[in-house]
Design a protein around this ligand. Structure first.
Ligand SMILES: *Cc1c(COP(=O)(O)O)cnc(C)c1O
Length: 396
């Protein structure tokens, strides 16, 4: 495989494409990757979240908003690298076991590249994620069981089907490198500086491990100054094997059976769990978990304060930030980034119960007038605080 030589400067990166391919020389991809048919993932917004920060009592908070990717989650990044490698290595079919977002990304990227795709998902996945894969014309296989069952089947298939690239199984080293680009972008978007604290969702753990790797590569290549940072991992309590291992002081992760609405994070046997523990311990961070109720509150808080509708994984990550703040583990005065890894429109059922549908009225002034007193208040600073949690205020 032809690698480009790492002859990199801030200027060469800044003059590159407005996609993750601006960092091609820091990735295991062919130098001309940006010119091949692909979805051009990345270069998503880093949003300064001042209203959210104020609500949480923080000084400087940023949201890395991965909804901006072609299939609305960060998975387009990992698939971008895996696809380029798979084609280079002569594979004929792009495949994956998936908790949903990866299936969307594989199906779309394969369609664009003109190759076949096969995705294996747990049958109980959100309908939006099933549709959001099938529409691209992939072969969709729903298995009775969990993600971990789908993953085991994929590993068995990968041994048999020699020309199938399972992006997160037999070409996983390439796949995982794609997540570095989140870290590269955050630093570049902060003006070539590292954040002081970052909160990252953890399913397999690859994203968290690679964000840390990205920061270290930026320092070792001289692109940023080596300032200290702490990495925090976020899980849902219903699937928190890494958080449990962290709390217990263990180096290995005991597999669990997932039970959470945060399905994109529902990996009970995370491949990179031990490496997550290494990163958070080395950087002085932590792994924490939150209940499904807390993640729903956090989704509503982020939407109402910043206009960002996160999927369940984003809710988990923000809720963990809140919990760590309360516990005093996160410094409210340090520059902090939270990753929103996916789009709330893919997981609407998770919050539907907490948001009542409006009652229909006749389109008359009289009917509006009668309704008006019961409309939700908007506070003086113009921000609807209803999501700051009716539950916390005891009004729900
Ligand atoms: C896959 C996924 C994650 C977790 O990624 P890992 O690298 O497996 O830890 C987080 N958020 C969303 C939305 C995902 O789809």
């Amino acid at each position: 495989m032809a690698y480009s030589l790492p002859r990199i400067s801030r200027r060469s990166i800044e003059s590159g494409p407005l996609s993750m391919w601006r960092y091609a020389s820091l990735l295991p991809v062919p130098a001309d990757v940006a010119t091949r048919p692909n979805l051009d993932p990345g270069w998503t917004r880093l949003i300064r979240a001042d209203q959210l920060a104020k609500t949480l009592g923080m000084r400087e908070l940023w949201i890395k908003d991965e909804r901006g990717n072609p299939t609305h989650s960060f998975k387009d990044r990992v698939v971008g690298v895996a696809l380029a490698a798979a084609i280079e290595l002569g594979f004929k079919v792009l495949a994956c076991p998936s908790t949903g977002n990866l299936a969307n990304a594989v199906a779309a990227a394969a369609a664009r590249a003109g190759i076949r795709s096969v995705v294996i998902i747990p049958a109980d996945l959100e309908p939006q994620k099933i549709l959001g894969s099938a529409v691209y014309g992939c072969a969709l296989v729903a298995v009775r069981g969990s993600y971990d069952d789908a993953n085991r089947l994929a590993s068995e298939l990968a041994d048999e089907r020699e020309d199938w690239a399972f992006v997160n199984v037999n070409v996983r080293p390439y796949y995982a490198e794609g997540s570095k680009t989140i870290g590269f972008e955050i630093a570049e978007q902060l003006g070539w500086k590292l954040p002081e604290q970052i909160v990252v969702p953890v399913a397999s753990g690859a994203q968290l491990v690679k964000v840390d790797k990205a920061f270290r590569e930026l320092v070792s290549t001289g692109l940023v100054e080596g300032t200290p940072y702490r990495v925090f991992g976020a899980q849902a309590t219903g699937c928190s094997p890494v958080s449990a291992a962290f709390r217990a002081g263990h180096d290995v992760v005991q597999p669990v059976r997932p039970a959470t609405v945060a399905k994109s994070l529902a990996i009970g046997n995370p491949a990179d769990g031990p490496f997550v523990l290494d990163v958070v311990r080395r950087t002085g961070g932590a792994v924490e978990d939150v209940s499904d109720d807390d993640l729903v509150d956090a989704i509503r808080l982020l939407a109402a304060t910043e206009g960002v509708f996160a999927e369940t994984a984003g809710g988990v990550t923000l809720a963990v930030l809140r919990k760590l703040l309360k516990e005093g583990q996160i410094d409210p005065d340090a520059r902090t980034v939270v990753i929103n890894s996916g789009d709330g429109l893919k997981t609407p059922d998770a919050i539907a119960d907490s948001i009542p549908a409006p009652e229909a009225i006749p389109a008359t002034l009289a009917a509006f007038g009668a309704l008006e007193p019961s409309l939700r208040p908007v506070t003086a600073d113009g921000v609807s605080r209803q999501a700051v949690s009716a539950r916390e205020a005891g009004t729900a």
